[in-house]
Design a protein around this ligand. Structure first.
Ligand SMILES: Cc1cc2nc3c(=O)[nH]c(=O)nc-3n(C[C@H](O)[C@H](O)[C@H](O)COP(=O)(O)OP(=O)(O)OC[C@H]3O[C@@H](n4cnc5c(N)ncnc54)[C@H](O)[C@@H]3O)c2cc1C
Length: 424
């Protein structure tokens, strides 16, 4: 398979993206004997977490990462180092390899830690990289390094045709393929919105990179006296504030931080068998640091207040407050959430440039049908397209009736395990 004119190869599924969600979906599809799979990603390097968050402390326990890595048979084979005698079979002691935590397997780094504590995300990322490499070697998986640009559904054959753009123009191999199903695991990036009023031109610092103490130090230490404004009270905002504070008290005492926040800090709470604000509240080291330093009763006497100036405001006051407090900042960091990354351009025989609407309870999509005369019709299912991960999470309701989007390794695994049998 080497040229554009050759017949595109056919697959049972194409999985777009190889972050934690893509890994989850390939593992679950293989477990359900859905193969061959075409797996496409820009780098097969663990997604955003490995690229950007290796230095970030996890907001989940080590045990959850271990559970994730052993949740499906294809993962367990990789983890235990079982040779691919029959990839559908569970590994056993007779394979001569360990199948449980009491003997060495490829999770030793995680297993050596306290299962009830968090860890640096480098450890979770290494686990994802290990699974990625193992899945790539599976005979049922074909990988292409590149980007899925377009996906067209043919009503007659009921198959998706995808085109793949590779950075390396000299790369050989197919650049289009057909598949019965397409699974989008395309990820999200920090949300950046235009700031209102006369502060629109202030230089921005990328949130993801500010989550790295190494990057922040490299970027800010060579500068003279510096003022950085942080907008938001998200988990990421707290981690960035902590990084900035640590830099100010060590290598850069001329660093000042203005923290603009619209609401009081919200924490996850461990209830009887479930977690209140599991997906929206602060957890782990970020929660501990915020409780110890940022809560109003602690803040005034905390060393943190030597460097961080806290400015709270109400919704609707953004323009006034930003115009008053942001001028004079050398950089602004927006820590106000994450937005889906662009997806491949989707079309069917009857609809072009489809905007898909995710069904958070099933992992499926709908789109607005249009007649040939352009009349807007009903929402109809987008055939055989599925989603998972931070961009396409499950919607969950807790015992108190609060509705949240479930984001995290364990949650992707739980949702995909339930959804995947219906992705036939
Ligand atoms: C700061 C932060 C900390 C977090 N901490 C934790 C934690 O402690 N524990 C936890 O369980 N979860 C955590 N999460 C949540 C979640 O697990 C991660 O965000 C995770 O990286 C999401 O994985 P993903 O696969 O959905 O997306 P990503 O990791 O973003 O992967 C998407 C992949 O798809 C590729 N891609 C996109 N479009 C295309 C295309 N058209 N063609 C080919 N490839 C494409 C991208 O290049 C990328 O490799 C955290 C999230 C954040 C933001």
């Amino acid at each position: 398979m080497s040229g554009l004119d050759e017949t595109p190869p056919e697959f049972e599924a194409v999985v777009v993206g190889a972050g934690p969600a893509g890994v989850t979906c390939v593992g679950n599809l293989l477990e359900r004997k859905v193969a061959p799979i075409l797996w496409v990603d820009d780098g097969f390097d663990g997604g955003r977490m490995n690229r950007k968050y290796r230095e970030v402390p996890s907001n989940t326990k080590v045990s959850l990462f271990i559970n994730f890595a052993t949740a499906v048979a294809p993962f367990r084979k990789i983890v235990s180092g079982t040779p691919s005698r029959d990839r559908w079979e569970e590994p056993s002691e007779s394979d001569g390899v360990a199948v449980s935590g009491d003997k060495p397997d490829k999770l030793q780094a995680l297993r050596s830690m306290d299962p009830d504590e968090g860890c640096q995300l480098s450890h979770a990322s290494d686990m994802i990289l290990m699974l990625t490499e193992g899945l790539r070697r599976d005979p049922g998986v074909t990988t292409r390094r590149g980007r899925v640009m377009t996906a067209d559904f043919d009503d007659a054959t009921e198959k998706w045709s995808v085109t793949i753009r590779t950075e390396d123009q000299s790369a050989t191999g197919f650049k289009s393929a057909r598949a019965k199903r397409m699974v989008l695991c395309t990820g999200s990036s920090p949300t950046e919105v235009p700031l209102p009023g006369n502060v629109v031109d202030l230089p921005h610092l990328d949130l993801d990179t500010c989550l790295s103490p190494t990057y922040l130090k490299q970027k800010l230490t060579p500068l003279g006296p510096t003022t950085v404004s942080v907008i938001g009270a998200s988990h990421s905002a707290i981690l960035v504030l902590r990084n900035l504070y640590n830099l100010a008290r060590t290598d850069k005492p001329d660093l000042k931080v203005r923290w603009l926040t619209r609401h009081a800090l919200r924490y996850a709470e461990f209830m009887d068998g479930w977690i209140l604000r599991d997906n929206t509240g602060l957890k782990g080291e970020a929660a501990t640091w915020a409780k110890d330093n940022l809560e109003p009763e602690k803040f005034k006497t905390s060393d943190v207040s030597k460097y961080i100036d806290a400015i709270s405001y109400e919704k609707g006051q953004e323009k006034t407050v930003f115009e008053q407090h942001l001028p004079g900042s050398d950089f602004v960091i927006q820590a106000i959430g994450y937005t889906r990354d662009p997806i491949p351009s989707l079309s069917t025989s009857t609809a072009k440039d489809i905007t898909p609407y995710f069904e958070h309870d099933k992992g499926t999509f709908k789109y607005v049908q249009q007649s040939t005369s352009g009349v807007v019709g009903d929402l109809v299912p987008l055939p055989h397209v599925y989603g998972a991960g931070i961009a396409w999470p499950e919607r969950v309701t807790d015992p108190h009736g609060n509705v949240e989007l479930a984001v995290g390794f364990g949650k992707f695994q739980k949702a995909v395990k339930r959804w995947c049998p219906h992705w036939d």
